[in-house]
Structure formats: structure tokens, C-alpha cells
Design a protein around this ligand. Structure first.
Ligand code: SF4
Ligand code: SF4
Length: 179
């Protein structure tokens, strides 16, 4: 009984003399290879050579400081609530007298951690933050052999802790303010 009319009859076709030689097929393959030798290469020699990042690339987060070098984050927890991957944890602390030059507001994050293995780089933490404290940057999170090394604390997140230069996120701030 025939259920559909899609069945095909398989023919055991005999190969011709030239097909049995395989030479035309080999030469055809070589011609394709040689043609690609003269085309513009699509690969780059990473890490010596780096591609320009897309303007919308989201990578390693930064916890920003203000112009006076004080941490912007007030440990309100909105970023952690907004995070769909539950990658952010923090412990809030009260600013003490004499610490005004370190923290902008009365409350700050004594501990702030992001699990980079859980993070999906969606940028919702950046959108949720009312203090313009957290931004995603174009820095790539380096690879590692230990899972524990992907828990990034304030030593790796707060601006100025990993390098002396300020991280330029002006374009992201502009986009953030337009929302
Ligand atoms: S980028 Fe998304 S997943 Fe990563 S910490 Fe922020 S909100 Fe969570
Ligand atoms: S980064 Fe922003 S949203 Fe997250 S705790 Fe700090 S101030 Fe609140």
C-alpha cells in the first residue's frame, strides 16, 4: 500500500570512466581552494589582531565612580532584582563619618559580586540602576580554568581597581538617558 507519493526509486547507477578516475572531482576541489587563496580573508590572527567591536557589544561590567572618585553604587539592589540570571549579589553597608570621599551616598555596597558564568550580558542591570552606577563595557571577560575565578567582586568591577584609566561609557550613558 502506498501512503504518500513521495517515495523515490533508488537507481544503482554505474559510474562513468571519468567518475571512476576521481580526477575531475579532485581538480574541481583544488580549483575552489585556489580561488579562495586570492579572496579577502575572513579570519583574523586573534589575539595579536583584534576586530573592531560592535557599538552595541556588552561585556565585563564596570561599577562607576563619580568625578570625585567616589563610588556611585548605593546598594539599592535594583540591579539584582532586574537580573534574570540571578547573577548579582551584594551586601549593603552604612557610610561612616570620614568616608564621604569614598562613597557618594550614605549607603554603599560593601560586597558586590557578579557571577560571570551566570550572566547573559543582557544589560538589564544597567537599565535598572537609578544611580548610573553599573554599565556593561566592551571589555572581554578573560577565560579561566576555575569557576570560582568567574565571581567578579569589587576588585574587578569598580572603576580604577583594575586600571588607572577611566572607562569611557559616555555613549552608553547617552543611550541610557534617552530611554
Ligand atoms: S547583564 Fe543581565 S544577566 Fe548579566 S548581571 Fe546584568 S542583568 Fe544580570
Ligand atoms: S549598581 Fe545601581 S541598581 Fe545596583 S545596587 Fe548599585 S545603585 Fe543599585
Amino acid at each position: 500500500m502506498q501512503l504518500t507519493n513521495r517515495s523515490q526509486v533508488v537507481v544503482n547507477k554505474q559510474m562513468s570512466f571519468w567518475e571512476k578516475m576521481y580526477l575531475p572531482a579532485v581538480l574541481g576541489g583544488l580549483a575552489i581552494t585556489i580561488k579562495h587563496l586570492f579572496r579577502k580573508k575572513v579570519t583574523v590572527k586573534y589575539p595579536e589582531q583584534k576586530r573592531e567591536m560592535s557599538g552595541v557589544y556588552r561585556g565585563w561590567h564596570v561599577l562607576k565612580r563619580d568625578e570625585q572618585g567616589r563610588e556611585n553604587c548605593t546598594a539599592c539592589g535594583l540591579c539584582a532584582v532586574a537580573c534574570p540570571a540571578e547573577a548579582i549579589t551584594m551586601t549593603a553597608a552604612e557610610r561612616k563619618k570620614g568616608e564621604e570621599h569614598l562613597y557618594r551616598e550614605e549607603k554603599y555596597a560593601a560586597v558586590y559580586e557578579i557571577n560571570m558564568l551566570r550572566c547573559i550580558y543582557c544589560g538589564l542591570c544597567e537599565e535598572a540602576c537609578p544611580k548610573e552606577a553599573i554599565f556593561l563595557t566592551d571589555r572581554i571577560v578573560p577565560s579561566d580554568f576555575l569557576r570560582t575565578n568567574f565571581i567578579f567582586g569589587k576588585d574587578k568591577l569598580v572603576e580604577g581597581n583594575t586600571s588607572d584609566t577611566r572607562i569611557d561609557i559616555s555613549q552608553r550613558i547617552k543611550a541610557h538617558r534617552k530611554q
